[in-house]
Design a protein around this ligand. Structure first.
Ligand code: ATP
Ligand code: MG
Length: 461
């Protein structure tokens, strides 16, 4: 059987409390409180579905109580009881969030109907909210692919900070997905219906950046032929994403600090002080803390921005995500180019997984795009890789010499290494290995490395 819904009856008159309790205890789990503070106590210790509260009570009145209740989660349904003559107050209570009101003395049949309909409405709302949350969680972060622990940690932080108004600093190397994360936070936040405005700070000189951020009045400077709102104004009610914040000039840093502290600013050349409600996110591929130490970034601004930091892992730190990412990009570029590439050969994949990816995910994405565009086979092979990544992939790799190798393998490996170190120069390689050039020559033939040595270096200089 379903659990009985729980109800909290708040009334300073004992007879009312007990009368209602008697009438309701069959269908409800009943809790009682004689005033507002005690009601809040009960609420903090029990999971209450409905609060039925008197309006006039000494101390905290019913409306104040309802406001307090609605400021917390989970929110029960609130129904107010009022004596004849205070209908206006009851209307006020509904405006403040009460679901319903009943006049005293309470007609019990009426109460039963109202309670049932309130509970039904609440149930539907909860279901909707759950669905919405599931959808949001899915769509908010669907564009960020990854199952590695490193990226899962990022997801967790994103989920945690999104609902708040906290400023977020997103750090990470180029191409690690900083902008994607900022978008996800915005979409998962209560500001999702508001705008997300992005400013790439590095691309503008200080004076332009200032007017870009704060707007300007007509005639503020030569060329300012019209009043123009700035990005802070445009982001009102939403989020502002300042990309490459490490690059901004100290004159602009001061002004951003002020908006963060006071939420106010003036347009360039303007007198009016404007107020905005903006959630700020900032990103940088620099070590901002170090910029603070070097004196190029204001410490106070750093602390303001840095309420929450998200450190994006480099692709090197999450190589295990490469197959998933590749899959995603294949789908994307197959669709875009009307192709049907199915996947990669194991060699090709392993080449991707051993490359060091200085440009991180952006570089991976570009590589896949290029391969999809150029390839004519259903599977991408090592030969489809860009030249700088192919090196070493289709040639014998100069691995480490390890104790579990055969002597032959170890020798072969050492020869390859020596040749690599000397850019294919056999005289120098032989010298390093402590053998004659002729012996090296013979061994190259023996191990089938001749061609390789000739290809990868200038031969004998
Ligand atoms: N986890 C991910 N899953 C799928 N695509 C990703 C992921 N991370 C990044 N990308 C893609 O990689 C590219 C670079 O991402 P983004 O622009 O967010 O990086 P960034 O950190 O802002 O880089 P930069 O510092 O150069 O501005 C984008 O095309 C983005 O869609
Ligand atoms: Mg970026």
């Amino acid at each position: 059987m379903m659990k009985k819904p729980s109800i909290l009856i708040v009334d300073d008159e004992r007879s009312t409390r007990e009368g209602l309790a008697r009438a309701l205890k069959r269908q409800y789990e009943v809790h009682l409180a004689e005033d507002g503070p005690r009601a809040l106590d009960v609420l903090s210790q029990n999971d209450i579905d409905v609060v039925l509260s008197d309006l006039r009570m000494p101390g905290m009145d019913g409306i104040t109580l309802i406001q307090r209740i609605l400021a917390r989660t989970p929110q029960p349904v609130c129904i107010l009881l009022t004596a004849y003559g205070s209908i206006e107050t009851a209307v006020e209570a509904i405006k403040r969030g009460a679901s319903d009101f009943l006049t005293k003395p309470v007609n019990l049949d009426e109460l039963d109907l109202r309670l049932q309909s309130a509970l039904r409405a609440r149930h539907m709302e909860q279901e909707n909210r759950q669905l919405r949350e599931q959808l949001d969680a899915k769509f908010g972060m669907e564009s960020i692919v990854g199952e590695s622990p490193a990226i899962q940690e990022v997801f967790d932080t994103v989920r945690q900070v999104a609902p708040s108004r906290a400023n977020v600093l997103i750090q990470g190397e180029t191409g690690t997905g900083k902008e994607l994360v900022a978008q996800a936070i915005h979409r998962l936040s209560p500001r999702a219906k508001g705008p997300l405005i992005t400013v790439h700070c590095a691309s503008l000189p200080p004076t332009l950046l200032e007017s870009e951020l704060f707007g300007h009045e007509k005639g503020a400077f030569t060329g300012a032929t019209e009043r123009r709102p700035g990005r802070f104004e445009l982001a009102d009610g939403g989020s502002l994403f300042l990309d490459e914040i490490g690059e901004i000039d100290s004159s602009v840093q001061v002004k951003i600090l002020r908006v963060l502290e006071q939420r106010t600013f003036e347009r360039v050349g303007g007198r009016d002080t404007l107020e905005v409600d903006v959630r700020l996110m900032a990103a940088t591929n620099k070590d901002l803390k170090q910029l603070v130490q070097e004196g190029t970034f204001r410490e106070d601004l750093f602390y303001r921005l840095n309420v929450v930091t998200i450190m994006l892992p480099s692709l090197q730190e999450r190589l295990e995500d490469i197959p998933l990412l590749v899959q995603k990009f294949l789908e994307e570029f197959n669709a875009e180019n009307n192709k049907q590439i199915e996947g990669l050969t194991p060699d090709c994949l392993s080449a991707l997984m051993t490359y060091d990816w200085p440009g991180n995910i952006r570089e991976l994405r570009n590589v896949i795009e290029r391969m999809v565009v150029l390839s004519r086979q259903p599977r991408l092979t090592v030969r489809d890789l860009p030249a700088h990544m192919r090196q070493g992939a289709d040639e014998p790799r100069a691995a480490m010499v390890t104790p579990d190798m055969s002597l032959d393998d170890a020798e072969r490996t050492m020869i390859i290494k020596a040749l690599e170190m000397h850019a294919g120069n056999r005289t120098k390689a032989a010298k390093q290995l402590g053998i004659s050039r002729r012996t090296l020559h013979r061994k190259l033939n023996e191990y089938g490395l001749r061609e390789n040595a000739e290809k990868s270096g200038g031969g004998d200089a």
